[in-house]
Design a protein around this ligand. Structure first.
Ligand code: ANZ
Ligand code: ZN
Length: 800
């Protein structure tokens, strides 16, 4: 046979598929549909890295298999192309970001196409295309009109190097998620989106979708819904109350001190009465220099200052309690003040130990003077007056009733989730379609005049005072008010990169629509996405943001299903050979182009699927790549062992059915590596048998096609078929035939193992005993008194 030369066949098939529009999703809405989605890339200047093909190949396998199963499949691709790196590159090299984006996209697309993905390229989208961001702006206006976009003066996370405000989610361990520079606080007036209004829907909606568990958990933790109570303590000799938030109102009798956040307004308000004002001020300044992240770290040493001159009174027993300030209490959560119960709260316990505060046990079962006791599900209330003897759950209920009756508190649900800071003071983003008029306030740009295009500017440099480069374009900024016709100014902030990706899966359903973000019919047919795979790092940002937008669009009657993605999975990272993250500085970066050039795209695809369990990170191995190439070579050379036969051979029949079964189900459950291993085993069996029937070979080619589409398509054509492999039906298996027909069973004499025989699983007793007797003939020396046969398992002959 001819040699396996992927460099020749891969380009050829890519061209054929393109010409035949092999993978175009059709708009025939009568067919069963399947929408498979991977996160579209940011077209960076570095090009594709070997991390990209892992999820792309995985869902390409699913998409190809679904087509062979008769589905109308949508597997689209596009570009999430707004964003800082492009803008920073443009600034440095004095090239317009539009041009940078264009060439990056071009390069990325070439690379993706060289891997043979079955993307429907006719539906390619680009978030920086005005035809696309027309609808991003349209959704923003909808949010604005619904009262979910508002402007707010607030301290924002300011990246000192990118010179841009960041959302909380973009600050990781106190530094900018993108560039690693320190983040400081700066007060700015920002556009905000009220994602908090959707907190409950975002949690509750998780019950109806099939997301891997760790994605659900981390979204829930991020939203951080907690059920508790607000309780009013009175301030001694003062008219005001001090309201705190607690999830454990049942522990009210165990409160031994109160803590205010250093930013709590009462501190300034009672300035004149605080005797140790200097000490309090010094502490406040120190706290201001720390990020919320540093402040809430559990392990950190507790610090604080007692406020001399203010104290609180516990509403349940009238006891006077000292008030402290400490940075472990954040102003941004609850009421910015807490009641401290050191016996049953870890941070309070550490604080109490350090500052010698009393510890009062109110739930029995621990040894609270020596160790905090938080695991109280089984405990009973003690030292708690009218709550004594109750379980924690009962006590919570009773104290809530008591608080409400006495008008000193009420049930309250809190969330960790904060509203989404939506402004960026940068150039390369969607302009926010709002005009500010002194008379009319913030006025939306009329929908008919969208898209509001990003104007060309001279300099993309952000200004040091934190304003967007657009602010310098007075011609553009000065406009007339759509409402009163008077002079007005355009908003100069742009949207964050998360905007375009919050609804892109909708656009793919009808990417060229000029009248709407997509037609109702297209959305109704294609949505929700059936399977969406993406990085774990996008769980609390992109995934949550897009669910929020979708739920909003659902409430507006724009989309007809409540969730955008029916199923969500996540892949692990690909690390360097040394087990470390791939990076230029470590010199361990593998370029997918090099692998394709040397071994072929099919080898790269096979290797990335074989590299290890899909959801775990895996280290690159060049030896592993070679091993996968050898496997494909062995498949290729099976042509030489081909024999006629439009059925499976007797010996391999059950193996064939088993392999179809295993590969089919492994492809559905992220077990690509074991699917490939099963095909490797099958190929070994063919070599052992010294032959492969035509039918067996065909089945192997179909099963392997989603992983190695080019070589299998070539081999298929070599078999002399007119039709393409990608148009062939997925093979069926027969459950009964997956069971091995022949069994090896033990032959015993008087209960002792004396030999084995191979017979049909369902052989009758007569046949089995005869075969057994023959196998152990030389050991049958006595009088046979009994013959026992357990089909498929054992023959026992008893002799005297
Ligand atoms: C008394 C108490 C007793 C508490 C106990 C816990 C255990 P989650 O579940 O995260 O909502 N807390 C309230 N506001 C805070 C703030 N601004 N900064 C830091 N801590 C704050 O946690 C709620 C609990 O965290 C509250 O319940 C409060 O401590 C603390 F055995 O009140 B608890
Ligand atoms: Zn006006």
């Amino acid at each position: 046979s001819k040699r396996y030369e992927p460099q020749n066949i891969e380009k050829k098939w890519q061209k054929i598929w393109q010409d035949e529009k092999a993978f175009a999703a059709t708009d025939d809405y009568t067919k069963p549909k399947y929408y498979a989605l991977v996160e579209f890339p940011y077209p960076s200047g570095q090009g594709l890295h070997v991390g990209h093909p892992r999820p792309y190949t995985a869902l390409d396998i699913v998409a190809r298999k679904r087509r062979m199963q008769g589905y109308n499949v949508l597997y689209p691709m596009g570009w999430d192309a707004f964003g800082l790196p492009t803008e920073n590159y443009a600034i440095k090299n004095h090239i317009h970001p539009k041009i940078v984006t264009k060439s990056n996209v071009h390069h990325f697309k070439d690379q993706l196409q060289s891997l043979g993905y079955s993307f429907d390229w006719d539906r390619e989208i680009n978030t920086t295309d005005p035809e696309y961001y027309h609808w991003t702006q349209w959704i923003f206006l909808k949010l604005f009109k619904a009262g979910l976009a508002y402007k707010k003066e607030m301290p924002i996370n300011w990246c000192t190097s990118c010179k841009v405000g960041l959302a909380n989610e973009e600050v990781v361990n106190g530094v900018c998620e993108r560039c690693g520079s320190p983040v400081v606080r700066k007060v700015k007036s920002e556009w905000m989106l009220k994602i908090t209004e959707y907190a409950d829907k975002l949690i509750d909606g998780l019950d109806g979708v099939d997301y891997i568990e760790r994605v659900k958990t981390s979204q829930k933790n991020w939203i951080g819904r907690s059920h508790g109570a607000e309780v009013d303590f009175s301030l001694k000799d003062k008219p005001e109350k001090l309201t705190i938030y607690t999830t454990r109102p049942d522990t009210l009798f165990g409160v031994t001190y109160m803590v205010l956040s250093p930013e709590h307004p009462y501190i300034d308000q009672y300035k004149d009465e605080i005797k140790n004002w200097d000490e309090v001020c010094a502490y406040r300044e120190m706290a201001a220099r720390k990020s919320d992240f540093e402040r809430s770290e559990l392990a950190k040493d507790k610090t604080g200052v007692m406020i001399d001159g203010l104290s609180a009174v516990n509403p349940v027993n009238g006891k006077e309690i000292p008030i402290w300030i400490s940075d472990y209490v954040l102003m941004s959560y609850g009421t910015g003040a807490i009641m401290a119960v050191p016996a049953h709260d870890e941070r309070d316990w550490e604080f109490a130990k350090k500052f010698n505060m009393p510890i009062i046990e109110v739930v029995a079962g621990g040894d609270v003077q020596n160790e905090v006791y938080t695991d109280v599900a089984e405990g009973t209330l003690v030292n708690s007056g009218f709550l004594n003897g109750l379980s924690v759950a009962e006590a919570k209920k009773k104290i809530l009733e008591w608080l409400e009756e006495n008008h000193v508190g009420k049930a309250k649900t809190n969330y960790k989730l904060r509203d989404w800071v939506f402004s960026r003071q940068r150039y390369w983003g969607e302009p926010i379609p709002i005009v500010h008029c002194d008379k009319c306030g913030y006025v939306p740009v009329p929908e008919e005049s969208l898209p509001l295009e990003l104007p060309d500017v001279e300099s993309y440099m952000p200004t040091d005072n934190g304003e967007s480069p657009l602010a310098a374009m007075t011609d553009w900024v000065n406009t007339t008010c759509p409402c009163c016709g008077g002079p007005a100014k355009r908003e100069t902030d742009t949207m964050p990169q998360w905007a375009g990706s919050s609804w892109y899966y909708i656009r793919y359903t009808d990417p060229k629509n000029k009248e709407a973000l997509a037609s109702k019919e297209a959305m109704k047919y294609w949505l929700p996405v059936d399977w969406y795979n993406g990085g774990m790092e996008h769980t609390t940002l992109h995934l949550l943001y897009s669910r929020f937008w979708h739920k909003f669009l659902y409430d507006q009657g724009v989309v007809t299903c409540p969730e955008p993605y029916q199923k969500r999975t996540s892949h692990g990272m690909i690390l360097g050979e040394n087990g470390e993250k791939m990076s230029k500085s470590r010199g361990n970066v593998v370029n997918p182009d090099d692998i394709v050039a040397e071994f072929g795209a099919d080898t790269l695809r096979t290797y990335e699927m074989f590299i290890g369990a899909f959801d775990l990170s895996a280290s690159w191995s060049q030896e592993g790549v070679k091993g996968c190439r050898r496997f494909l070579e062995r498949v290729w050379k099976l042509q030489d062992s081909l024999v006629d036969g439009d059925s499976y051979s007797k010996e391999l029949e059950s193996k064939m059915h088993q392999t179809i079964k295993k590969v089919s189900s492994d492809y559905e459950s992220l077990k690509y590596n074991t699917a490939i291993a099963a095909m490797m085993t099958l190929v070994n069996e063919f070599y052992k048998a010294g032959k492969v029937t035509r039918k067996e070979f065909e089945t192997l080619l179909i099963l392997l096609n989603p992983v190695a589409p080019h070589m299998t398509e070539e081999l298929w054509a070599d078999l002399g078929y007119e039709g393409r492999l990608y148009q062939t039906a997925w093979p069926e298996f027969d459950e009964e035939k997956t069971v091995e027909a022949v069994a090896e069973i033990a032959v015993q004499i008087n209960g002792k193992m004396r030999g084995t025989i191979k017979i049909a699983k369902d052989a009758d007793k007569e046949t089995a005993i005869a075969a057994a007797k023959e196998a152990v003939a030389d050991k049958l020396t006595g009088n046979i008194v009994k013959e026992i046969y357990v089909p498929g398992r054992i023959v026992n002959i008893v002799q005297k």
